[in-house]
Write a protein that binds this ligand. Structure first.
Ligand code: CP
Length: 322
């Protein structure tokens, strides 16, 4: 197996920084571990003691609704002590470096950091720092770094696809929208390839695709109607306005006309195709409300599965799976 800084000598997860390079067996183990946790996520079972006595610190340097909250719920349902650092009132706003903040939280006996940061590589930096300072027992989970990776989103998306579609090896999956700025799309593409999806399509205007998109092993479509024909799964992306520089789109109305998912465009996919969106959704820009709230959308189940998948990741990292 190629060296991967996320895995320990036994090939077990030490950190979760990216899906890229993780073997299929590791991804499948996370999905399998998540399955029984859905009962806890759906509150049929209240709490498990797997992380009792562990301290999980949520460090969100960027806004979040779904990821931060579901990490908190997941950690609490595993009986961990959870601390949400208020970044705007933390010492980083007074000029303290990220690593000094981390060192101080380590001194408070942290066991795990869940990190979202606008800079790609910030969770790697923390993991490297912990290794260099002999604190390998502390785990880092990337909750989204810049445009690089959002591994737990990619994993919960795979869980959702497996739940509704079963076998990955028979699927055609389309990812639609702002691939250029999307850490979610990168994580999805790596996961879909690793799990054996034979055809991954991306549908976007040229201005919202990376220059070397063809090297990502995907089929590129600029015409949404063509790209959606016969697909099993449609994964919509949010327009990442906060990461755009300059005018990449004429207007949101024009974007909706060509790349927004409407009932009429959805009808080109297979009749049982599912529609996914990582959120936050821009209704009337990326997706029509009739689709977002319609029978083929699995957008809210994605959020619930996210709790189970984050429980699985945290319990596997700490060697405490059920
Ligand atoms: N999907 C996702 O990362 O959403 P949040 O920004 O709300 O966490």
């Amino acid at each position: 197996m190629a060296y991967n800084p996320q895995l320990n000598r036994n090939g077990e997860l030490q950190h979760l920084l990216t899906i890229e390079g993780l073997p299929r067996a590791v991804l499948t183990r996370i999905l399998d571990t998540a399955a029984p946790f859905t009962e806890v996520a759906e509150r049929e079972v209240k709490k498990l003691p797997l992380l009792r006595g562990k301290s999980v610190f949520n460090l969100f340097f960027e806004n979040s609704t779904r990821t931060r909250t579901t990490f908190e719920i997941a950690a609490k349902r595993l009986s961990a002590d959870v601390f949400n650092l208020n970044i705007s009132t933390s010492s980083t706003s007074k000029g303290e470096t990220l690593l000094d903040t981390v060192d101080n939280l380590c001194a408070m006996q942290a066991d795990m950091f869940v990190v979202r940061h606008a800079s790609s590589g910030a969770p790697y930096l923390i993991a490297q720092h912990l290794a260099a300072t002999g604190r390998d027992h502390i785990h880092v989970v990337n909750a989204g770094d810049g445009r690089h990776a959002h591994p737990t989103q990619g994993l919960l998306d795979m869980y959702t696809i497996r739940h509704y579609k079963g076998d990955f090896t028979k699927l055609t999956v389309a990812i639609v929208g702002d691939v250029l700025h999307s850490r979610v799309a990168r994580s999805q593409i790596h996961a879909l390839h690793t799990l054996g999806v034979p055809e991954v399509r991306v549908i976007a205007p040229k201005t919202l695709l990376p220059v070397e998109v063809s090297k990502m092993g995907v089929h590129v479509f600029h015409d949404m109607r063509e790209g959606l024909r016969g697909v099993d799964v449609i994964m919509m992306l949010r327009l990442q306005n906060e990461r755009m520089s300059g005018a990449l789109l004429p207007s949101s109305q024009e974007y909706f006309k060509y790349f927004g998912l409407t009932q009429e465009k959805l009808a080109l996919a297979k009749p049982d195709a599912i529609v996914m969106h990582p959120g936050p959704m821009n209704r009337g820009v990326e997706i029509d409300s009739a689709v977002a709230d319609g029978g083929q959308a699995v957008i809210l189940p994605q959020v619930t599965f996210g709790i189970a998948v984050r429980m699985a990741v945290m319990s596997l990292l700490t060697g405490q799976s059920a």
